[in-house]
Ligand binder design. Structure first.
Ligand code: ZN
Length: 242
């Protein structure tokens, strides 16, 4: 192939990488690798030790025919986090669903974890923590996410700690987190928080790695810019390719 051909081909490969679904990232732990794959908006998978965990699988159309889940974690009742059709599509007889009580009203088989509670599953420890709005809501006196309804999660596996924010603002419980290796932090308006507030929260608890997720319509490059010089590894992935 001539030079021009090679150049054109590498250009095509670069474009297809940008346009395609986000590739998996691997985090090494003392129990072996954890593979992270963004799927859509708040949905992603964690694969470790031959087990597959889905977080907030939605919408159902993206999950039919996909590998079955060993564990499904749900954060809240809104449709971008809870889609009963997706849970049905991913479930097999020994699939565990862990969710807050508000979700268990719809998914009767879910094992309920309240804010502050922990449980073990496989080699993982799963701790539920608050996620909520401090001031944003559909109208005065109402919040999109009242405190106590939904769960953020801190997962521990092989000595590494993974934080999943759920839908939240810059809450004190997030800022007080310690020793987080990998954080998934939401940022979108009007429902959660703008990138500036997300960056402030992330600076406060200083994870080693942060993935902006649940960021539809937001400028995640600006988020990365705001964290420059902090030493935090900001991983921008395309969560909207699917
Ligand atoms: Zn949401």
């Amino acid at each position: 192939m001539n030079c021009l051909g090679t150049w054109a081909l590498s250009g095509l490969i670069a474009i297809s990488l940008l346009a395609g679904p986000a590739p998996a990232d691997t985090i090494s732990t003392s129990a072996g690798p954890v593979e992270i794959t963004p799927i859509h908006h708040a949905s992603f998978t964690l694969r470790a030790g031959g087990k597959l965990i889905y977080v907030d699988p939605s919408p159902a159309s993206l999950f039919s025919g996909k590998p079955k889940a060993d564990l499904i974690l749900i954060t809240d009742i809104h449709g971008d986090h809870l889609d009963p059709g997706a849970i049905e599509a991913l479930s097999q007889p020994d699939t565990t669903v862990i969710a807050p009580a508000a979700v268990a009203k719809t998914i009767a088989a879910a094992k309920v974890l309240k804010n502050g509670q922990s449980t073990s599953w496989g080699g993982w420890t799963i701790h539920a923590m608050p996620m909520y709005n401090i001031r944003r809501g559909p109208k005065p006196g109402e919040l999109f996410h009242p405190k106590g309804r939904g769960n953020g999660y801190v997962l521990t596996y092989g000595g590494k700690r993974f934080y999943i924010s759920g839908d939240t603002e810059n809450i004190p419980e997030m800022r007080a987190l310690k020793n987080i290796d990998v954080a998934f932090v939401c940022m979108n308006l009007p429902y959660t928080m703008p990138v500036e507030e997300a960056a402030e929260a992330v600076k406060a608890f200083h994870p080693k790695i942060v993935y902006p997720y649940h960021y539809k319509g937001q400028d995640t490059k600006k988020f990365a810019e705001l964290l420059k010089g902090t030493g935090i590894d900001v991983r921008l992935r395309d969560w909207y390719a699917n």
